[in-house]
Ligand binder design. Structure first.
Ligand code: FO1
Length: 308
């Protein structure tokens, strides 16, 4: 079964790790968010693409869910001495990825080619595609003006009252090669349990991707990242509220409603099934908290059963 997965960062990576145990690598194409990307120390950093690749490669930091497990931060300390920004913790081995990416981009390669090189170098067998080769940058509007996503999420620790979210550059971005085809040819599209506003939102903002999702014959299934009225991790709840959405799986379904067929709820949210049915979205309930490798695989298996 050909699957196209829309993925953000840590939550998506965990589910993909579970799916990778059950699905032939050639049947899984991952379309990754690049709205979180940032230029730091003259380097192009793609946190969500790297989190997916590191996790599938089995080298991600197990505690944080991002960055590399076996890591040191000597370059970061040395950069502090030059007054360089050090609020975004780039590790020494993680730096190799950004040095490699930036070098290839400077040679004129596309982010698609760069991501394929990083995945191959890490031994990741699944196809990992950026949503676009053109820059799309998620911004949030706080009391003192617009912040780039990582400034909001990491530097300000998401402690900012958000009034609006934007995807700068989306209007002139195009889906990366292979993205639309992967969606149209898929038997299933899986929207990973990522932030609907700042992780999946940027992907949907790239002209042509939402249309492909509407045209695809694939069954479109999303896993709700909101459980019991709050985000499992990160600022998804506050950002959904800032966008006027109910902070629940219903709010998630509203973002994906035009093309969404099924949503996977945590069992404690089973009561939302009727409201979701009114949106034309069928509900599957299970334990969606991926607190162990076994639970990642169990959730992946439940999703594949629901898709069959
Ligand atoms: N998240 C943090 O909370 N603090 C960090 O210092 C940090 C550094 C970092 C470096 C590389 C990378 O790939 C991810 C990193 N993240 C960090 C996570 C990142 O901000 C989020 O995972 C995504 O942007 C949200 O999906």
């Amino acid at each position: 079964m050909k699957i196209a997965a829309l993925a953000g960062g840590t939550g998506a990576a965990k589910l993909l790790r579970g799916l990778a145990r059950l699905v032939d690598p050639g049947d899984l194409t991952i379309i990754g968010n690049t709205g979180d990307d940032l230029d730091l120390w003259g380097l192009h950093v793609s946190p969500d693409l790297d989190t997916v690749c590191y996790t599938l490669a089995g080298i991600v930091d197990a505690i944080k869910g991002w960055g590399l497990g076996d890591e040191s931060f000597h370059a970061l300390d040395a950069m502090q001495r030059f007054g360089e920004p050090t609020w975004f913790n780039l590790g020494d081995r993680d730096l190799a990825t950004h040095l490699h990416r930036t070098g290839l981009l400077r040679q004129g390669r596309t982010l698609t080619q760069v991501t394929a090189s990083v995945a191959a170098g890490l031994g990741v067998a699944q196809r990992v595609l950026p949503m676009s080769n053109q820059p799309v940058r998620t911004g949030v509007l706080g009391p003192d003006g617009w912040l780039d996503f990582q400034e909001y999420f990491v530097r300000e620790k998401a402690q900012i009252a958000v009034r609006a979210v934007r995807y700068e550059g989306a209007e002139s971005a195009r889906p990366a090669p292979g993205v639309v085809e992967a969606i149209l040819e898929a038997r299933a599209v899986i929207v990973c349990p990522s932030n609907p506003i700042t992780s999946v939102g940027p992907i949907l903002a790239v002209p042509g991707i939402a249309r492909a999702l509407g045209e695809s014959r694939a069954t479109a299934l999303a896993i709700s990242p909101i459980v019991g009225g709050e985000a499992v991790s990160g600022p998804a709840g506050r950002l959904m509220a800032a966008c006027g959405l109910p902070v629940s799986a219903v709010g998630v379904a509203q973002v994906y409603a035009p093309w969404l067929d099924t949503i996977v709820l945590d069992q404690r949210d089973a009561g939302l099934a009727a409201e979701l049915a009114a949106l034309g979205v069928s509900a599957v309930t299970t334990d969606t908290l991926m607190t162990s490798p076994e639970k990642e695989i169990a959730l992946a298996r439940r999703i594949l059963d629901a898709l069959r």
